[in-house]
Design a protein around this ligand. Structure first.
Ligand SMILES: CCC(=O)NCCS(=O)(=O)O
Length: 364
């Protein structure tokens, strides 16, 4: 056996089995039974400026307007056409207050999906976890191609694997703070060569570490299954992989069931999002929360209650309660009662919010 694999010693790789049966938060390893209700896809600090969409003619004034009541509905409908709205990292006090409310509402854990490319800030995540008592699991790896640096694009799959494994086993971004999940790993549609390399590296890292993976698919109904194919060919464990953003990706129920058969977790993570025109694909009608709950009920009826996870994927300022948004507690305060009123049992709700995230986040 060689002394080093992808830059790591055999001992280091062997040492990774210390993670087995545990969940890795920004404050260290945890017993999975301590996680509680878990939002599997959120952002607490990030920069989404690269996604700025120039305002439509006639909307220029709204695009520059301050965060005042008069402009909040416009911001909800056009969240990506207001530069300052994309700078979530500026709202740490508001996010801290919201996490305290999340805990009071019965929340336990947040998976923070910010990866390289959209300004991950691990020291801030660690401080937020200390200040609020909410468990925070940080994400390793890379976001979509548009955010890859020239250096990232030039890296081999082995070099990318090495970086990702190090982010979990030793710490990321020059810190000793360790990530506990790979993702959100970003892909567009079609998937680019650089994104395919990252997917393969993710699969290699996952097979070394036995860790959870979470994927951001491109906005096309065939994207999720194509991603699963690439991951599987590279040795990834689809049963420990979450496919995010299904609410804006697969609409046809037969296509959804075909995808569900592939065995990943099925994530509905845009709860709270309401917009008429989805600017990243104008052909898509973004569902509302009632429709999201209907889809959850459909998947449960079809036997997939063990594979569903949910979240809000907050990534813009207007969605914070400080600005009249729904905040990180919307699912606990409003969506759970709606689920119960639509025939989803408390046991099934607990599976979705507690048991499934726990299974997913626990290292093999
Ligand atoms: C960084 C947050 C993110 O990627 N969210 C997904 C937004 S969308 O693709 O569903 O519009």
């Amino acid at each position: 056996m060689p002394d080093r694999t992808f830059g790591l010693t055999v001992k280091e790789i062997a040492g990774m089995s210390d993670l087995s049966g545990k969940v890795q938060t920004v404050l260290g390893l945890m017993d999975p039974d301590q996680l509680g209700r878990t939002m599997t896809h959120e952002h607490l600090t990030m920069n989404f400026e690269y996604c700025f969409v120039p305002p439509a003619p006639g909307h220029e004034d709204n695009s520059l307007a301050p965060f005042q009541l008069e402009n909040m509905h416009w911001l909800q409908q056009h969240a990506y056409s207001h530069r300052e709205n994309l700078l979530l990292y500026q709202e740490l006090e508001a996010v801290r207050d919201e996490l305290v409310c999340f805990k009071k509402a019965g929340g336990g854990t947040i998976v923070e999906n910010t990866t390289t490319g959209i300004t991950r800030d691990l020291p801030v995540l660690r401080q937020l976890a200390k200040d609020t008592g909410v468990n925070i699991v940080a994400g390793a790896g890379y976001y979509v191609d548009d955010t890859h640096s020239d250096e990232t694009r030039k890296m081999t799959v082995e070099e990318l694997t090495d970086v990702i494994v190090t982010e979990v086993s030793h710490g990321a971004d020059g810190t000793d703070i360790r990530c506990g999940v790979l993702g959100e790993i970003g892909t567009g549609w079609p998937i680019t060569e650089s994104e395919k390399k990252v997917l393969r590296a993710t699969a290699h890292a996952q097979s070394q570490l036995g860790c959870p993976v979470i994927i951001h698919p491109g906005r096309n109904p065939t994207a999720p299954s194509e991603i699963v194919r690439v991951l599987q060919e590279a040795g990834g464990d689809i049963s420990k992989t979450v496919m995010s953003h299904l609410d804006r990706t697969i609409f046809d129920h037969d296509e959804l069931l075909e995808f569900a058969k592939l065995g990943s977790y099925l994530e509905y993570d845009l709860f709270g999002t309401e917009m008429l025109d989805y600017p990243f694909n104008l052909g898509i009608d973004m569902p509302n929360d009632s429709q999201r709950v209907q889809t959850l009920a459909f998947l449960i009826k079809e036997g997939y209650e063990d594979r569903i996870v949910i979240a809000h994927d907050i990534h813009t300022k207007n969605r914070l309660t400080k600005y009249g948004g729904h905040g990180y507690s919307h699912i606990l305060n409003n969506i759970v009662p709606k689920m119960l009123s639509r025939g989803i049992s408390q046991k099934q709700v607990d599976k979705i919010l507690i048991d499934n995230p726990k299974q997913w986040l626990t290292f093999k």
